[in-house]
Design a protein around this ligand. Structure first.
Ligand code: GAL
Length: 688
């Protein structure tokens, strides 16, 4: 049984950099961590030189000394492979290990993540080091698990080195086998892009308007993801040969790659780096202030949960953000570290590790503050962490429980990548992603993300009563079949505009839309258009059983629909422009379930109408009355329910508890009207 996420305990940790502090500080630091309630540290992710100071010269004494001390002090350790920061001696001698910009200029030593995943030399040198480290350290009793690299694909997710060029060619060669097939799928007859020899195929390069063939770019994004997954796989395969059986392998953060595949192939669970204070950064604040600010991190946490039902937080905010070159932000206000920690736990984390123990006195991140400032002075933030540790001791039974949502948004990585390269698609995804999340948040409707992958079974979909697939632009007939089966068995499915447009390589279908989803949706698209800017906001009138129809925004894009089955029912029509009166919302019963086809996007208002009218909003309305400022999350275990009420506002709010519940932090049963302080948190239990 792994030390973390064992289903019995929630644990706090921190990130520590012994190589950045004088050795005579180590012991005191470890003791003080314990005294703060921290029992795990993560170390070594940027310390290659401490293991291999010169090519093929290995020296394990530095971390041996540190791990000896950890064992004396009973501190548990997550040990990292240091491949995110190749040493200067390595990149100087072998510049081919460096990443390159699209124009071929090499990304040089001096920051981090300057390597590429495909360089045979870097793969060999990393494998060698990981193997030596595993041989040397894996049996250490203080080590409980390993982190591979650090934030794979962070800083950049584009790779244009020579090794990537060669590997990309191999990747598409394997995929298509013949040039004829590649030419066909990439549509290279368009603008005379036909390839006549494999040597002509490259990673996307500089083109006139940077509008490189979209089918090629889609494959390139898959290639980068594949490279990252193989990178983690290479290291994981080595580690597995040496690890103690109970030790885990993880990596941290979600950065534009198929994290689901990476986790399945190479990790025991995913960990995430959670920095809600980004929302208060000076340079981004204007963009955020109309939105949900730090509550947005609940969305990220839901993404992590989709990758790994059990997960941990490897880096949790504990001070102000800041690089010397960017990211100015305030220090978390009193209560915010606790609020954000509980946000992570509410969403399913059973391990939370603060970044970092003490603020660095050198380098690019001197303003990325840890629990302590530069000196070791006792401060408000360490007191808050101590308080959290105390509170967790009253919440231990929550460990191993599962986040509960009745609603999920369906996604695929192909759609995500297509929306990154296709501006039309991007607009829709952005609008609906934000709208649905905001509507769910403000109506206190817990929500999951569900990714369709190769091999996804219908049972995974059946965990949810309602699925929303906002824009199934890229979709295969297998995926359509899976959705069909879900609905046939009783599921409810909402589809938005542009469904069924593209095949898996991003080519548009010549079938009537929604293409492979047509029979399921019982609707057909007769015409379509982006909303004309001079038309302003379009609206749909949703008939409301005799009462005044509900008006819902139909922003960005409008599919003009027509019923396509005898049992399809038009529920709403556009009320503006030349298509006023044309169906915009069609309901189609299918098997035991129902599909709603909506010809547009889901703004917050639109999504809220759907959640309310279909009966999914406020699922805990019988227990609580909460203001918009509060999030509610529910974790369940063995019939017991644990509710987290999180107040993201700086001001106190009034909440109403309609039944008697156990307040886990205060250890008493509570009911009635209550005041929740600014940034306050309540954890309540309802016995099954
Ligand atoms: C994370 C990274 C850490 C540190 C932190 C603050 O993305 O993993 O190493 O850089 O951000 O910038």
């Amino acid at each position: 049984m792994s030390y973390l996420l064992d289903g019995n305990r929630m644990i706090l940790g921190t990130c520590y950099y012994p190589e950045q502090w004088p050795q005579d500080m180590w012991q005191n630091d470890l003791q003080r961590m314990h005294e703060t309630g921290i029992e795990v540290i993560r170390i070594a992710e940027f310390a290659w030189n401490k293991f291999e100071p010169h090519e093929n010269v290995y020296d394990f004494s530095f971390f041996d000394r540190f791990l000896d001390l950890c064992e004396d002090e009973k501190m548990k350790v997550i040990f990292c492979t240091p491949s995110a920061t190749p040493p200067a001696w390595l990149t100087e001698k072998y510049p081919e290990v460096l990443n390159a910009r699209k124009d071929g200029v090499l990304i040089r030593h001096g920051e981090r993540r300057h390597y590429n995943y495909n360089s045979p030399i870097y793969r060999k040198m990393t494998s060698q080091l990981v193997e030596k480290m595993a041989q040397h350290y894996a049996a250490r009793s203080c080590i409980i698990g390993w982190q591979i690299d650090n934030e794979i694909n962070c800083e950049t997710d584009e790779f244009y080195s020579q090794s990537d060029d060669i590997a990309f060619r191999d990747f598409v060669h394997q995929k298509y086998q013949t040039l004829e097939k590649l030419n066909q799928e990439w549509g290279t007859v368009f603008w005379n892009q036909t390839y006549t020899d494999w040597s002509e195929v490259h990673v996307p390069r500089i083109t006139n308007q940077d509008s490189t063939n979209p089918h090629e770019v889609l494959d390139y994004k898959r290639f980068v993801s594949d490279s990252a997954c193989r990178w983690a796989g290479m290291q994981s395969d080595i580690l597995r040969r040496y690890l103690k059986p109970e030790d885990f392998i993880t990596t941290n953060g979600l950065f534009n790659l198929d994290n689901h595949r990476m986790a399945q192939e190479s990790l025991d669970f995913m960990t995430y780096d959670c920095y809600p204070n980004f929302a208060y950064m000076t340079e981004l604040y204007d963009g955020w202030k109309e939105g949900l600010l730090d509550r947005e991190w609940s969305r990220n946490l839901s993404e992590v949960r989709s990758v790994s039902g059990r997960f941990g937080i490897m880096e949790q905010q504990s001070g102000a953000n800041g690089w010397t070159t960017r990211m100015e932000s305030p220090t978390p206000r009193p209560g915010q570290i606790r609020l954000w920690t509980m946000q992570s736990i509410a969403h399913g984390a059973d391990y939370v590790s603060y970044f970092r123990w003490r603020t660095s006195t050198m380098g690019t991140e001197i303003y990325w503050h840890g629990i302590l400032d530069y000196s070791s002075r006792e401060n408000r933030r360490i007191r808050e962490v101590r308080q959290i540790a105390g509170e967790l001791s009253h919440m231990q039974e929550i460990a191993g429980s599962t986040y509960r949502a009745r609603v999920a948004v369906v996604k695929t990585h192909d759609n995500e990548w297509d929306a990154q390269l296709d501006r039309w698609h991007h607009r829709l995804e952005e609008c609906s992603e934000n709208g649905i999340f905001a509507a769910a948040t403000h109506t206190h409707t817990p929500m999951d993300y569900l990714y369709l992958q190769a091999g996804t079974q219908v049972e995974k979909l059946q965990k949810y009563e309602l699925l929303i697939f906002p824009h199934a632009v890229v979709i295969t007939s297998e995926q359509a079949g899976l959705l069909e089966e879900y609905v046939r068995r009783g599921g409810k499915l909402i589809l938005g505009c542009r469904a069924g447009l593209k095949n898996e390589n991003g080519r548009c279908t010549m079938q009537d839309l929604p293409g492979v989803l047509r029979s399921l949706s019982g609707a057909v698209v007769t015409e379509f258009s982006p909303v004309a800017p001079d038309d302003g906001m379009m609206y749909v009138k949703w008939e409301n059983g005799g009462e005044r129809p509900i008006r819902l925004p139909a922003a960005e894009y409008n599919d003009l629909l027509q019923p396509d089955a005898s049992d399809s029912e038009v529920l709403g029509v556009y009320n503006d422009s030349y298509y006023a009166g044309t169906p915009a919302l069609i309901r189609h019963p299918h098997g035991k379930g129902t599909v709603w086809s909506y010809g547009s996007t889901f703004t917050e208002q639109t999504a809220a109408v759907f959640l309310n009218r279909l009966g999914f909003a406020e699922p805990y309305g019988d227990l609580f009355e909460l203001p918009e400022q509060c999030e509610i999350a529910c974790r369940e275990k063995a019939g017991d329910r644990y509710f987290f009420i999180l107040n993201y506002d700086k001001k106190p709010v009034h909440i109403l508890l309609k039944k008697k519940l156990k307040d886990m932090l205060r250890g008493e049963r509570v009911t009635g009207e209550m005041v929740l302080s600014g940034y306050g948190v309540m954890v309540l239990m309802q016995e099954g």
